[in-house]
Design a protein around this ligand. Structure first.
Ligand code: C2E
Ligand code: CA
Ligand code: CA
Ligand code: CA
Length: 277
């Protein structure tokens, strides 16, 4: 028989009540966060293993809350998705990432690709393709410099997603499937969706050791190669994982070992210094 909490305690659930209240407050704050410039982006560079001449990074949003301090996206993106605030927030992320990447390209005089995370709710918004195309036009970022990351959970409704992805691809941007292996979507999606890149979820990368091959990682990489997809390993933290991936067909690595997510100002200042040398 299931363990039951005695009735008198169930009437009063302080932790739940508290967190619900807190969620409501945060949700309200989120609306103001955009206007008050409390959101900012960090960028996590990727290490390319095959091509040496281009630079890629992923944009990750952060919220500098006036009282609570730094709030990670895992704590507010789900709220933003629920309340719908993700639509203007997502648009701001796209705009900012494209503008800053364009500036970086001009500074270092070379191709830079930026990957931006999308929420399903953004895609459902009727004008999403239009939003992306006007941001590209406004910022003058070459479309091929923008990669849009979707997750497996979004691929569930293929009939809905397919035309949008095709319209996005027609703009010239590329699409990555994020957190691959973590969700439950069928492998057949890989064949049917116009995807350019597959990002192996951190959990698989975590399990790798140097002296033994990890069958699932090898399988994902070889499958990606057969489908002509770029493959990026996420969450690389140790030299063991690094060496493992060096001995594979993986195209790029991302993770704390290579770099933590960093401020745009830091990236651009470092590039300026390099350019002077
Ligand atoms: P994600 O897209 O899978 O992003 C990678 C997350 O892993 C980031 O967490 C990054 O800081 C973290 N990470 C990178 N390397 C390592 C590593 O070596 N070890 C470990 N343990 N973690 C690593 P972050 O920035 O907290 O973002 C969490 C999630 O929030 C993201 O997961 C993404 O799903 C979502 N997110 C972030 N920014 C946005 C955004 O602008 N829009 C939307 N819709 N979602 C976003
Ligand atoms: Ca991502
Ligand atoms: Ca991921
Ligand atoms: Ca994720």
């Amino acid at each position: 028989e299931a363990r039951r909490v005695p009735e008198q305690y169930r009437l009063f659930e302080p932790t739940m009540a508290c967190s619900r209240e807190e969620r409501l407050l945060l949700e309200k704050d989120l609306y103001k966060a955009l206007e008050n410039n409390e959101l900012f982006l960090q960028y996590q560079p990727q290490l390319k293993l095959k091509t040496k001449h281009d630079f890629s990074m992923e944009a990750l949003v952060r919220w500098n809350h006036p009282e609570k301090g730094l709030i990670p996206p895992g704590d507010f993106i789900p709220l933003a998705e629920e309340s719908g605030t993700i639509v203007p927030i997502g648009k701001w992320v796209l705009e900012t990432a494209c503008r800053q990447t364009k500036e970086l390209q001009e500074t270092i005089g070379q191709q830079v690709t930026v990957a931006v995370n999308l929420s399903l709710r953004q895609l459902y918004h009727e004008n999403f393709v239009k939003v992306v195309s006007s941001i590209l036009e406004e910022t003058q970022l070459p479309p091929k410099s923008l990669q849009l990351e979707i997750t497996e959970s979004m691929t569930m409704d293929k009939n809905f997603l397919l035309p949008i992805l095709h319209d996005l691809k027609a703009l010239g941007v590329t699409i990555a499937l994020d957190d691959f292996g973590k969700g439950y979507s069928s492998i057949s999606y890989l064949k049917d969706l116009p995807i350019d890149c597959l990002k192996i979820d951190r959990e698989f990368v975590n399990n790798m050791s140097e002296d033994e091959r990890e069958p699932l990682v090898d399988l994902i990489i070889s499958m990606a190669k057969h489908l002509n997809l770029n493959v990026v390993a996420e969450g690389v933290e140790t030299m063991e994982q690094f060496n493992y991936l060096l001995n594979s067909d993986c195209d790029a690595m991302q993770g704390y070992l290579i770099s933590k997510p960093i401020l745009f100002e830091t990236i651009i200042n470092n590039c300026r210094c390099l350019n002077k040398k």
